[in-house]
Design a binder for this molecule. Structure first.
Ligand code: GTP
Ligand code: MG
Length: 214
């Protein structure tokens, strides 16, 4: 198949927030309750059509736990998009988001597209981070934001697609050299914010979509 562009997107955030499961949901429409902690670096791909181009999304996943992480600079190299994940039921994982964004800003291209995802939105009764708090943080930092659930699948597709579409619009303003390296100095400026609503969770889909073996 003809591929027009390969977009590298990195997923980061604390351990157990659901990074690997968001990836599994987006690339394979799968979910597992007994997900093992990631060790080192893995990536999954999904090829899709975007604005009449064929885009191969190469989504990289690494361990949230420091001791299992691979070399940081290699992980971020060439990334056009980043998804920073926290768990809406674990306050600490949200408090650490600022650190993850700092790491991103010091290692990645300045025009990288960043999406903040509050995962596990299916666990509304255990919520420890309000949507408003996250929206405020995202606005301050100029990040896109969405709550989502890898388990139900809610908002996962839309959040990943938003990142890919935004990369497309940023990249189309630049030229790519023969090595695929970005040329030019165009950067995304301003606090662009686009909040995808997380209120229409379809809890009823949870059972049919999950791969629970219990
Ligand atoms: N209820 C619920 N559980 C989830 C969701 N996403 C992931 N989980 C569960 O959370 C646990 C951790 O998920 P992982 O995807 O392995 O977490 P991770 O962020 O990749 O963790 P590391 O690889 O250690 O950094 C697993 O038990 C998942 O089944 C979700 O949307 N809702
Ligand atoms: Mg993982």
């Amino acid at each position: 198949m003809r591929i027009d562009y390969v977009y590298k997107v990195v997923v980061i955030g604390d351990s157990a927030v659901g990074k690997s499961q968001l990836l599994a949901r987006f690339t394979k429409n799968e979910f597992s309750f007994d997900s093992k902690s990631t060790i080192g670096v893995e990536f999954q791909t999904r090829t899709l059509n975007l604005k009449s181009k064929v885009i191969k999304a190469q989504i990289w996943d690494t361990a949230g736990q420091e001791r299992y992480r691979a070399v940081t600079s290699a992980y971020y190299r060439g990334a056009l998009g980043a998804i920073v994940v926290y768990d809406i039921t674990k306050r600490q994982t949200f408090d650490h988001v600022a650190r993850w964004v700092d790491e991103l800003r010091s290692h990645a291209d300045t025009s990288i597209v960043i999406m903040l995802i509050g995962n596990k939105a299916d666990l509304e009764e255990q919520r420890a981070v309000t949507t408003e708090q996250a929206v405020e943080f995202a606005q301050e930092q100029g990040l896109f934001f969405s709550e989502a659930s890898a388990l139900s699948g809610n908002n996962v597709e839309s959040a990943f697609l938003k990142v890919l579409e935004e990369i497309y619009s940023v990249a189309s303003k630049k030229t790519l050299d023969a090595n695929g390296k970005l040329n030019g100095h165009g950067t995304l400026t301003g606090a662009k914010i686009d909040v995808i609503s997380g209120t229409d969770l379809e809890i009823s889909e949870m059972k049919t979509l999950s791969n629970c073996s219990c």
